[in-house]
Structure formats: C-alpha cells, structure tokens
Design a protein around this ligand. Structure first.
Ligand SMILES: *[C@@H]1O[C@H](CO)[C@@H](O)[C@H](O)[C@H]1NC(C)=O
Ligand SMILES: *[C@@H]1O[C@H](CO)[C@@H](O)[C@H](O)[C@H]1NC(C)=O
Ligand SMILES: *[C@@H]1O[C@H](CO)[C@@H](O)[C@H](O)[C@H]1NC(C)=O
Ligand SMILES: [Fe+2]
Length: 452
C-alpha cells in the first residue's frame, strides 16, 4: 500500500503537495479556542484542494474541500483547507492533503489546541528574522566590502536555529511556533544570484525546509518589512512579469492563512488577528502598515514609488480593532478567564511608541510584547509590564552585532542583550510564563526569566 502510493506520487510529480503547513483557526468553542486547523500547501499544477483527516493513520474518514490560488504565473498554486470540529478528546489528528487523481502527501499528525482556558501547560518557540540556510549553502555573489554590502553580511547562518527547532520538536519541547516577521528573507535572495529571479524559488525552499515543523504543529506568522515585496534587479527590470505581482505583502498573504476572519482582524489577509490558546490570549499586530507613520503604508521596504503597499483596512480600523480586542481580553482576564495577554509584532518597542499603543498595552495589562527586526536579542529587566522581548537572533543575512538594539530609548531600562544565534522558548502555565533564550549553536541558556 505504501509502495503503491509513493509510486503514484512519483508518476504525478506535478501535483504532489509540498510545503505543508498548519495554523490555528476555524470556529471557536465555548472556551474561546479554535476547534479547527488550517492546512496550506503548494502544488505546481492545480488539482483540487482536499484534506482528509481522522483520529488514526488508518482512519482518515473526514474530508474537507479547500481552495487554491496562483499569484504569479508559472509559479504554482497555493492551497488552503480547514479541518473543522476537531475533538478535544483525541490526542492526535492525522491528515493528508492532495487530490484523489493527482496524489496525496504523506500522512502527518498534530495535536489539537487544549480545550480548557486554565490548567493548561504548553510551550512555544517565538522568534523573528529567520533566513533560509546559510552563507555556505547560499554564498553571496554581490560585491562585498570588508564584511557587508548594503547591510548584507558575507557570513551568516540560519541553520543553527533551524536545527535547534528540529531538536525542540523531536524532544516534545514545543507545541507550536510564532514567527514574528521577516520570514526567510526572500527579498534578499538576489544576493546569491544577482540577476536571476529567485524570490519564489527561495520562498519555496524555505517552506520545504520548515515542513517537518510546520506540518506537525501550527506555525503562526506576523508581517515583517521583508514580507512587503520583491525589489531585486529582476523584479525591477521585469515589473510587468514580476514586480507588480509581488508588492503589497502578496506572497505573505497568499501563502499563509491566519485566523483573521475568526477574530475580526484584517480582511482576507494576515496583517492583524488574535486567537486564544490555553490560558493565553495572543494578539498579532501589524507594525508595517495601517497606522499614522507606518513605514510601509504607502510603499514597501525599498520605497520604490511604484511598488505601492498598505491600506489593508479603512483609516483607523486596525488600531480600533486592536483596542477592542485587548479590552475584551482584559475583561476576560479580570473576570477570572484567561491568565495572560501576549502581543507580538515585527518591530520593537520604539515602534510601539510611534504607534501610540504603549498606553493601551499598559491599560489592558499586556504581559509580554515579542518582536524581531533588530536581528539580535534584548529584554527589559524591570518588573514593569509589558516585558519587552526582541527575539531577533534566529539568523539571517542582515544579522550583526546588537549595536542597533532598537529597544533603547526613552524607556531607560536596563536590558539583557545578546548577539548570538538563538532560539527562544516560552513555557506557559497558569502560574507563570517562563522564557528562555537558547544558544542555537551549543544549546546553553543565554537568558531566562519567569514572568508572574
Ligand atoms: C462543525 O460544527 C458546526 C457547529 O456545530 C456545524 O455547523 C458544522 O457543520 C460542523 N462542521 C463539520 C465539518 O462537521
Ligand atoms: C526532517 O525530518 C527528516 C526525517 O526525520 C530528517 O531526515 C530531516 O533532516 C529533517 N529536516 C530538517 C530540516 O531538519
Ligand atoms: C494592498 O492589499 C489590500 C488587500 O488586498 C488592499 O485592500 C489594498 O488596497 C492594497 N494596497 C495597494 C496600495 O494596492
Ligand atoms: Fe525586519
């Protein structure tokens, strides 16, 4: 049976699903938790978007039909389907995606979100700024000065952190991942092939590289500046073919499905949303567009005038939503519901100030705010809340010494900082949030703190 199905998959290679990834979503139960799981994948052709699932590998008796889309001619189809009404009583859900005629993926499995809002214990990895592979496997080919060229390093690695995530998964130490923006640095990919169009190939590579993780646990994402567009020489020279199709966070919004609709967040996109998991209310914020002064509200990361971006909601819509979402979470917390509110977004503290939401975070008692963007690690040390944590040391071609820790400034607090390749893990219980930063190379603990 196994042999037969792999022979079938080989013979229909064009339609074989790749890049299988999960995210929390679907209808919310009486405890406020998603009872579903989105699954997304890519195929070169356009078979139907079917997921079949069940409670054992041999019983995939439920089936759901999703849909697929292509955002760039010749670069495949991205599918999304929703596994619904997953029971709390089963330990694991098994599933495969694909199409009867064109072949199925292998069978993967995952754990449903806990059904209770208290008494739950779980762990997640949180980080931003993770590139794809390293400079040995993807050597930069653009002329470099001593060590960098336009801020791109000659020597860098995301492999250490990727390997650390694999071992955290294998030892059962993480239940899911929150990647707070700058996913794969695919817009920098031309550095290894200056004149070629590599954006899609590198995004595909990143997603396949992550599949062991993303197919077995939710991988939640927030938008970073590197998600905004393709601005490589090939994309600029071939604006009609590439550039215009890849601006305005298109790949980010087409490849991923986050529970925005479920949480009244950004419409049809992943720019802002929230969800509950166990005792925590998580809010994923948009530091890139849709507020006064947002750096990418008019144009994307390169600010090339014709690569327009932004306007995912009406004026003010995002911040109005954010306040209402935090207020509701705060009221639930005060009423003895969930214990914690965790906010996450791409840019660090100084952007929270520019967005004028620092007061909101204090008023509604946000416990922690996680960010990336500054390619290094820093954490505030006072007992004030929120605790601000920049977990930007996953490893990327822009990573340098923490010279530019964007946390510094009016906050005037002492910080713990590190410029090592690192992977963050948050253990959650009703009593505390235990955060630790692990050195991705040798596994030692760089920093740890209990948030009560
Ligand atoms: C899931 O449950 C909802 C509410 O009970 C129901 O309306 C819906 O049809 C169910 N979906 C599936 C796929 O069973
Ligand atoms: C994914 O899992 C397979 C099977 O255990 C392993 O051989 C492979 O190295 C893993 N990939 C990564 C990127 O860790
Ligand atoms: C960006 O995409 C959003 C969502 O599709 C759309 O509402 C907005 O108008 C787009 N912005 C630009 C500048 O094209
Ligand atoms: Fe960034």
């Amino acid at each position: 049976m196994k042999l037969l199905s792999s022979a079938l998959m080989l013979s229909t290679a064009l339609a074989v699903p790749s890049q299988v990834h999960l995210s929390l979503g679907g209808a919310v139960d009486s405890s406020g938790v998603s009872t579903g799981m989105y699954v997304m994948w890519k195929t070169d052709g356009q078979p139907s978007s079917t997921v079949r699932y069940g409670t054992s590998e041999d019983d995939l008796s439920e089936q759901a039909q999703g849909s697929s889309k292509s955002y760039l001619d010749g670069h495949g189809f991205h599918h999304t389907a929703l596994m619904e009404n997953l029971s709390c009583d089963v330990e694991k859900i098994f599933y495969q995606v694909g199409d009867e005629a064109d072949g199925w993926s292998e069978v993967f499995s995952f754990k449903r979100a806990p059904c209770a809002s208290s008494g739950t214990v779980f762990s997640i990895s949180v980080f931003g700024d993770m590139g794809y592979l390293d400079s040995d496997l993807r050597p930069p080919k653009i002329p470099h000065g001593d060590d960098t060229y336009h801020g791109l390093n000659k020597v860098w690695s995301a492999t250490y952190s990727r390997n650390m995530l694999e071992s955290l998964k294998n030892s059962g130490d993480i239940d899911w991942v929150f990647h707070v923006g700058d996913i794969g640095y695919v817009d920098d990919s031309f550095a290894s092939a200056p004149l070629k169009f590599t954006y899609e190939e590198v995004y595909d590579g990143y997603m396949d590289w992550l599949q062991n993780l993303t197919s077995t646990m939710p991988y939640m994402v927030a938008p970073g500046n590197h998600e905004s567009e393709c601005h490589s020489p090939a994309c600029i020279a071939q604006e009609l073919k590439y550039g215009r199709h890849l601006r305005n966070f298109t790949a980010f919004n087409e490849r991923w499905t986050m529970p925005s609709e479920e949480s009244g967040g950004s419409r049809d996109t992943n720019m802002w949303y929230s969800f509950n998991y166990g005792s925590v209310h998580f809010v994923s914020i948009n530091t890139e567009t849709d507020w006064d002064g947002a750096e990418e509200q008019e144009t994307g990361d390169s600010h090339i005038p014709w690569l327009k971006a932004g306007g995912f909601g009406e004026d003010g819509e995002f911040l109005t939503w954010l306040e209402a979402d935090l207020k509701a979470a705060y009221e639930e917390k005060k009423a003895g519901g969930r214990k914690w509110i965790i906010a996450a977004g791409h840019r660090p503290y100084n952007t929270i100030q520019e967005m004028k939401i620092e007061e909101m975070f204090i008023k509604y008692e946000v416990d922690v705010y996680f960010a990336g963007h500054s390619h290094s690690y820093s954490r505030t040390t006072s007992s004030d809340k929120p605790v601000y944590i920049v977990a930007g040391g996953a490893g990327c071609d822009e990573m340098g010494p923490s010279k530019e820790s964007l946390l510094l400034g009016p906050l005037g607090q002492d910080l713990i900082e590190s410029d090592k390749y690192s992977t963050g893990v948050l253990d959650v219980s009703d009593e505390k949030l235990s955060w630790r930063l692990i050195d991705s190379i040798d596994g030692s603990i760089i920093d740890s703190v209990d948030i009560l």
